[in-house]
Design a binder for this molecule. Structure first.
Ligand code: DGL
Length: 278
C-alpha cells in the first residue's frame, strides 16, 4: 500500500495533486515536478517520452502503487509507452478531460487549448473524433499562458489581450465546450471564461482525473479506507526562485518541505528533432 505517484513537467501538476488530495484524503501522495527541465510543451516527442520514462522510474523507486501523469504533454507523447513498461496502473489526464467534455457538450462543438506539443500530438483530437465529427473539433496552442500563470498574471490586461488573440478561432468556431488541456490553464479560468462568454463550458480535467483514480484504486483493491491522514511529499529536480509562491498558487496552500533530486541518471541519446511519434 505505497503512495500514489504523480508527476508533471513542473509545478502545474499541483492543481491535479490538490484535487486528488481532496477526493482521496487517506492516500499518501508523492509528487515529482521536473522543474529543471520544464517546459515539456515546446519540446519534441522523443525528448518528452524520455523525460517521462525517467520521471516514472523515479516514482517507481519510491514504491508507488499507481502513477498519475498530471502533465498533458507527457500524457500525449508517453502514455502508451508508460502503460506498456510500468508494473503499476498508469493514469493520464487526457482521457478524463475528453470524457467530461463529451458529457457536457450540448451541440458537439468542442475546443481544446493546450501546449504546442499536446496539440501537435493530435491526441485530444483523435479521442474526440471517435465520438463526434472531426470538423467540429477546434484545437489551438496557447504557449504564453504557461509563463503568465507562473508569474501570477491571472487577471492582467496583457493576459486578457493574449487570451483574446489565442481564443478568437475558438469563438469563431462557436465551440460550446472548451477543454483546458494544460496543467496551468485552470488558473486562468477567469480570463478564459470572460473571453469565451458565459455559455461556453470550461473543462478542467483535474477533477475527472481524481474520480478516475478513485475508481481504479477501488477496482484494483488498492484504496485506503481511512477518513484522512494522507501525507503529501514533494520532490523537484530544481528549486526555482519562485517555487514557494508558484507552488502555493497551484496547490492552494503552502508547501512546507521540498526534496530536490536528479532523475537524469540515464544518459539521453535521443534526437529531439526526429519526429518518430505520433
Ligand atoms: N505540464 C505541461 C502540460 O500540462 C505544461 C507546462 C509545460 O510545457 O511543461 O502540458
Amino acid at each position: 500500500m505505497g503512495p500514489l505517484g504523480i508527476f508533471d513537467s513542473g509545478m502545474g501538476g499541483l492543481t491535479v495533486l490538490r484535487e486528488l488530495h481532496r477526493r482521496l484524503p487517506a492516500e499518501d501522495l508523492l509528487y515529482f515536478g521536473d522543474t529543471a527541465r520544464v517546459p515539456y510543451g515546446t519540446k519534441g516527442s522523443r525528448t518528452v517520452k524520455e523525460f517521462a520514462r525517467q520521471d516514472a522510474q523515479f516514482l517507481m523507486s519510491h514504491g508507488v502503487k499507481m502513477i498519475v501523469v498530471a502533465c498533458n504533454t507527457a500524457s500525449a507523447f508517453a502514455i502508451d509507452y508508460l502503460r506498456e513498461t510500468m508494473p503499476v496502473p498508469v493514469l493520464d489526464v487526457i482521457a478524463p478531460g475528453v470524457a467530461t467534455a463529451l458529457s457536457r457538450t450540448r451541440g458537439g462543438r468542442v475546443g481544446i487549448i493546450a501546449t504546442r506539443g499536446t496539440i501537435e500530438s493530435g491526441r485530444y483530437q483523435q479521442q474526440l473524433a471517435e465520438h463526434i465529427d472531426e470538423a467540429r473539433v477546434t484545437a489551438r496552442p496557447c504557449p504564453l499562458f504557461v509563463p503568465l500563470a507562473e508569474e501570477g498574471m491571472l487577471d492582467h490586461d496583457v493576459t486578457r489581450r493574449i487570451a483574446e488573440e489565442y481564443l478568437a478561432p475558438l469563438r469563431d468556431a462557436e465551440v460550446d465546450t472548451l477543454i483546458l488541456g494544460c496543467t496551468h490553464y485552470p488558473l486562468l479560468k477567469g480570463v478564459i471564461g470572460d473571453v469565451m462568454g458565459p455559455d461556453v463550458v470550461l473543462v478542467d480535467s483535474a477533477e475527472a482525473l481524481a474520480v478516475a483514480a478513485e475508481t481504479e484504486l477501488e477496482r484494483q483493491g488498492l484504496r485506503r479506507s481511512a477518513n484522512g491522514g494522507g501525507r503529501l511529499e514533494f520532490y523537484l529536480s530544481d528549486l526555482p526562485w519562485m517555487f514557494r509562491e508558484v507552488g502555493a498558487r497551484f496547490l492552494g496552500r503552502d508547501i512546507d518541505e521540498v526534496h530536490t533530486v536528479n532523475v537524469n541518471e540515464a544518459a539521453f541519446d535521443g534526437d529531439p528533432m526526429r519526429k518518430d511519434t505520433p
